[in-house]
Design a protein. Sequence first.
Length: 308
Amino acid sequence: MTTSAPPKRLMSLAYSASLIVICAYTAWLYAMGSYRELLVPLFMTTLILASLMMHLGRGIKPYLPRCLLLGSLFLVAMHGVLTHANLPLYWLGLPLAAAFILLPLWGALATNLVAMAVIIWQLPTLNEEFALGFAALTLLLALPPWEHARRKALLRATDPHDNDCDAYHIDTLKERLKNEFQRADMLNKRLAVLVLHLPQPDMAEEQFGQRAKTALLGALCSEVNSRCRDHDILGRAGSATFWLVLPDTSESGALLVKERLQRALSRRVLVETGQLEARLATCLPMRKESFERYLQRLEARAESITHL
């Protein structure tokens, strides 16, 4: 499934876990009597606490607390390397990897390049092999987000109508579904598809314009992408109809996913259209059923919930 920004709950957990770890580390230094080393951990505790408060607050751009958290990681890594001569340099890879999680691709690349210059300046004893390894690690970490951005741009170029939602194009979706269907049949695995339909977009477009329709579709994709597994496949089967392919999922598992998404979508409220309305239905392959027959049933199920 296509990926999106980390959900707010996951980021709240990351901020909270970081705060607990740095507080425990600070308390340990105090208990050991290492008072000279307390300054940086105390400063980091303040930064992470501020980033958590900014994250939980309203009206603050999400990249601000993420930059604070990332700066704290770079600070503690540099502090550890500079104050402990026997500390392995691979700890510097932690903030490098975090940059590609917390920041957009180009922002993460720029941040890591600046960090490399600062590290080489602070540690002039480092040889050229370290600089090459640092650059190679940065480029290696950049490959997954770059590939995701490339595939997303390719899908949007295939169908300009998909520009308003982060989901696969219908042709790509059917090809992926066929592959999963054949895999499930060959390996005796289970497969389920969840059909989702939004009844509001057309009305929203008539009353509030294309922007409101785009917001509705984007809200659905955001909620689905943030609550499903990485190998689940979300695709757009119509103007406001989506298929969520769930590999290795039984009927009971599909019903649990349906219930979870129904709750999440019902809690989503948009400014122009209010509460998000969604119709969901499951469709599982029958035993010894061909893919063509299953595809017909799936399209019929999508048609039926569209006209409820």
